[in-house]
Design a protein around this ligand. Structure first.
Ligand code: ADP
Ligand code: S3P
Ligand code: MG
Length: 182
């Protein structure tokens, strides 16, 4: 399977907290790929946290940095890339994502609520009504996530290792479609 990927990048998309960053690192190791987290690249470029970028410069500056970073990384190969949950909202970003294989980590809100309960690093979820915010974001984004090449349903807590093995087992079923894009 690894050879038949031919170095094509893998983009993980999905809501905040689904495990894109955690699973992406392990998946990269398994595939012999390098790992990149778009949020981490932005933090390095801006020299501050995502939360601070939102606070001091606003979401639209963050979204511009996100698109710019994505456009630059898609020039490389053999990368597993964890995107931020909102990357699907800008149509230009799809032209970058489509350079590779797009995988949606799809997790029910109930599990996400638990994961994100004590997390204060995600600026869009601050405040006691974070569950409503998360629900409304999913409503806006679900049909966009559904454009992914592959959807991995995470209906219960599973270890990152198990999730990686499920991804790896499912990739061959979509490789033909992906090669047609390249
Ligand atoms: N499979 C998993 N099982 C248990 N906890 C997980 C799993 N994947 C991620 N987490 C935890 O959930 C939180 C969000 O994970 P993260 O990888 O940052 O998600 P994302 O990048 O999609 O926002 C982190 O605290 C992480 O340690
Ligand atoms: O869903 C979003 O709009 C965001 C998700 C975050 O990344 P994760 O999905 O890795 O948490 C980060 O990019 C930023 O806080 C905005
Ligand atoms: Mg992340």
């Amino acid at each position: 399977m690894i050879n038949s990927l031919q170095g094509i990048n893998i983009y993980l998309i999905g809501m905040m907290g689904t495990g894109k960053t955690t699973v992406g690192k392990l998946l990269a190791q398994y595939l012999g790929y390098s790992f990149l987290d778009i949020d981490e690249v932005i933090i390095k470029i801006a020299g501050k946290s995502i939360k601070k970028i939102f606070m001091e410069e606003g979401e639209s500056t963050f979204r511009q940095l996100e698109s710019k970073t994505l456009s630059e990384v898609c020039a490389y190969t053999k990368l597993t890339i964890a995107t931020g949950g909102g990357v699907v909202m800008k149509s230009i970003n799809w032209s970058y994502l489509h350079h590779g294989l797009i995988i949606w980590l799809d997790m029910p809100l109930e599990l996400l609520y638990k994961r994100l309960l004590n997390d204060n690093s995600r600026p869009l979820l601050q405040g006691p009504d974070y569950q409503e915010k998360l629900q409304s974001l999913l409503k806006q984004r679900e049909s966009l996530y559904n454009r992914a090449d592959l959807r991995i349903k995470l209906h219960q807590e599973e270890t990152p290792e198990i999730i990686v093995s499920r991804i790896v087992d499912t990739i061959p079923s979509v490789l033909k479609n992906v090669k047609e894009k390249t």
